[in-house]
Write a protein that binds this ligand. Structure first.
Ligand SMILES: NC(=O)c1ccc[n+]([C@@H]2O[C@H](COP(=O)([O-])OP(=O)(O)OC[C@H]3O[C@@H](n4cnc5c(N)ncnc54)[C@H](OP(=O)(O)O)[C@@H]3O)[C@@H](O)[C@H]2O)c1
Length: 327
């Protein structure tokens, strides 16, 4: 089968198309013919061994993904496709079923086929959704769900989402609204309408207004894009409020520190532990019309390097999808 592989850590052009062996499903696995996957920030960070985040994080990253070279040659954690074969013990899926899901840090989805355990984060594709859209659900959706749950989201809670136009941000706005929070979304001018359409109660254009200086306070500040900091926004948190981080080694230390000292908390828990139940939860929301995946661009698998360069501008709106087998 065709797959995008990489044999060393480095810039986007270490990625190349190659012929590799097609995986064979074990007893409890399904073989999925992938129609669409997504290029995520996690793919990019893993490929360059988190070089941008400093030596300590690079070492940690390599200790997980391979010290000298990547152990898993195929990146990609998002997938939507069709069941091609099932192991003898599989009961939930049958050949021909349309499915979507996330292989997480096992990766392997930049490929024509992938094997997933039936109990893994895979579910039937929501009715009426294209493969491209389905491949764009889990990255932002599962990450945002994991982060928001740390803060026990509930009705009337005032949540500010910074970076509301990215993969995690667009998911965060919709999920926070599902939990009946009062949502203020922060993004740049070009994304105001999009973020409003996702259900934000109010939007702030950060090129025009600094939310930390307008006197408003929040129960939760969700930095969905890793561009703000606890130090800069703690004045905008209510007493007992939480700053939810998605990135940054320093936030791990701050999370430990503020869990013992002070009345405003940093919350950052890695690695995230998503489950199949979470994927099923997103599917239900989609089918109820309460969640949609935002797609910025689609590229064919062959253009993975170009797609990756675009994701690394850190300016994508929502998700970037790769189509395989004609999408
Ligand atoms: N995606 C993952 O798998 C994953 C997993 C764990 C953690 N993370 C971390 O989570 C963060 C978000 O990931 P993501 O994939 O959701 O991000 P993303 O989609 O790449 O975010 C892109 C958006 O961020 C906004 N942005 C860029 N620079 C900004 C700035 N200086 N201030 C405010 N907004 C800015 C841009 O919108 P505007 O023009 O509207 O500002 C752009 O649309 C990253 O730090 C990533 O490393 C990601």
């Amino acid at each position: 089968m065709r797959a995008v592989v990489y044999d060393r850590y480095g810039p986007p052009d270490v990625l190349r198309l190659a012929d590799v062996e097609r995986p064979v499903p074990k007893e409890d696995e399904v073989l999925v013919k992938i129609h669409a996957t997504a290029v995520t920030r996690a793919d990019c960070a893993t490929r360059e061994a988190n070089r941008r985040s400093g030596l300590a994080v690079t070492l940690l990253s390599r200790s997980i993904s391979g010290l000298r070279r990547p152990r898993q040659r195929i990146l990609g954690s998002e997938l939507a496709g069709e069941v091609e074969a099932v192991g003898a013990a599989v009961s939930e899926f049958a050949v021909g079923d349309h499915v979507f899901g996330s292989s997480g840090f096992r990766f392997g989805a930049y490929a024509e086929f992938i094997c997933m355990r039936e109990s893994a984060r895979i579910a039937h594709k929501p009715n009426g959704m294209s493969f491209e859209e389905a491949a764009a659900v889990c990255d932002g959706g599962l990450n945002a769900l994991w982060c928001l749950r740390l803060a026990d989201p509930r009705k009337g809670q005032r949540i500010l989402i910074y970076g509301a136009s990215g993969a995690i941000g667009t998911a965060g706005v919709q999920l926070a609204k599902y939990f009946e929070a009062d949502v203020t979304a922060v993004c740049s001018t070009k994304n105001l309408e999009l973020v409003r359409s996702l259900g934000a109660d109010r939007v702030i254009d950060y090129t025009q207004e600094d939310f930390t200086k307008n006197g408003q306070t929040y129960d939760v500040i969700f930095d969905a894009v890793g561009k703000h900091s606890f130090r800069r926004c703690r004045g905008s948190l209510k007493r007992g409020g939480s700053y939810l981080a998605t990135d940054g080694f320093q936030n791990l230390i701050l999370a430990l520190w503020t869990s013992r000292i002070g009345h405003k908390k940093v919350m950052f828990s890695i690695p995230p532990r998503y489950t199949k139940k979470d994927v099923l939860f997103l599917k239900e929301l989609i089918e109820a019309g309460r969640y949609r995946a935002v797609i910025d661009r689609c590229y064919p698998l062959e253009d993975v390097v170009e797609a990756t360069r675009y994701v690394e501008t850190e300016q994508k709106t929502g998700n970037v999808v790769l189509t395989i087998h004609g999408g």
